[in-house]
Design a protein around this ligand. Structure first.
Ligand SMILES: C[S@@+](CC[C@H](N)C(=O)[O-])C[C@H]1O[C@@H](n2cnc3c(N)ncnc32)[C@H](O)[C@@H]1O
Length: 181
């Protein structure tokens, strides 16, 4: 219930159209694989997807990298979709969890890798949260929108032909917030 109230606060005029739009703007699987590769995930590492959509990223992180992966999703309809898709990933060996939760309420201190595909205003809040909570060495991998105050350790260019967005990879301790230097 608390989750639904949080979501309504974030998107007051939530309409079916908005939800359908969010479902459509998920990251293509090829690009998800690239993000996971760039994150250099070691077996058993904790991977959090902040706003996990249908959960494809956390399932692939679990199946293909042996990650301890958790996705957080606050849209009720999208969460239902992710729940519906879960058994097909379980059959492929996924052990990922998907929580119906506002990721701003999640403590990130245990995370080794954070993955995001969020709009710029959300990225600014995520930046502050990461600076407060993430441990040194944790990686933040962002699709389409960067953390503008940080210097990435890697940038994967957009692929116009395939219409893939760019990817930024940051590492805590090496991300050098431009405001603090
Ligand atoms: C652009 S989609 C990305 C989906 C998925 N990560 C992917 O790339 O395929 C962003 C998702 O974040 C979710 N979201 C936005 N704010 C959130 C919050 N505070 N807590 C949890 N989920 C949130 C939205 O409902 C949406 O499903």
């Amino acid at each position: 219930m608390e989750g639904i109230i949080d979501f309504m606060k974030l998107f007051p005029p939530l309409s079916t159209f908005q939800t359908v739009l969010i479902i459509i703007i998920i990251i293509p699987k090829d690009r998800v694989r690239k993000m996971l590769e760039l994150a250099k995930i070691k077996k058993g590492e904790k991977v959090f997807d902040l706003g996990c959509g249908d959960g494809r990223l956390v399932h692939l992180a679990s199946i293909e990298h042996g990650a301890n992966a958790t996705g957080f999703e606050l849209s009720p309809l999208i969460f239902v979709l992710a729940t519906f898709l879960r058994p097909s990933y379980w059959l492929k060996g996924s052990r990922a969890r998907i929580c119906f939760k506002n990721f701003y309420r999640v403590d990130l201190k245990e995370a080794d890798v954070i993955v995001t595909y969020l709009l710029p205003h959300a990225m600014r809040r995520v930046q502050k949260k990461c600076e407060k909570e993430l441990k040194k060495g944790a990686r933040v991998v962002s699709y389409a929108f960067p953390i503008t105050d940080w210097t990435p350790i890697h940038r994967q260019k957009r692929n116009r032909k395939k219409q893939y967005g760019p990817i930024w990879v940051y590492e805590m301790g090496k991300h050098q917030s431009k405001k603090t230097i």
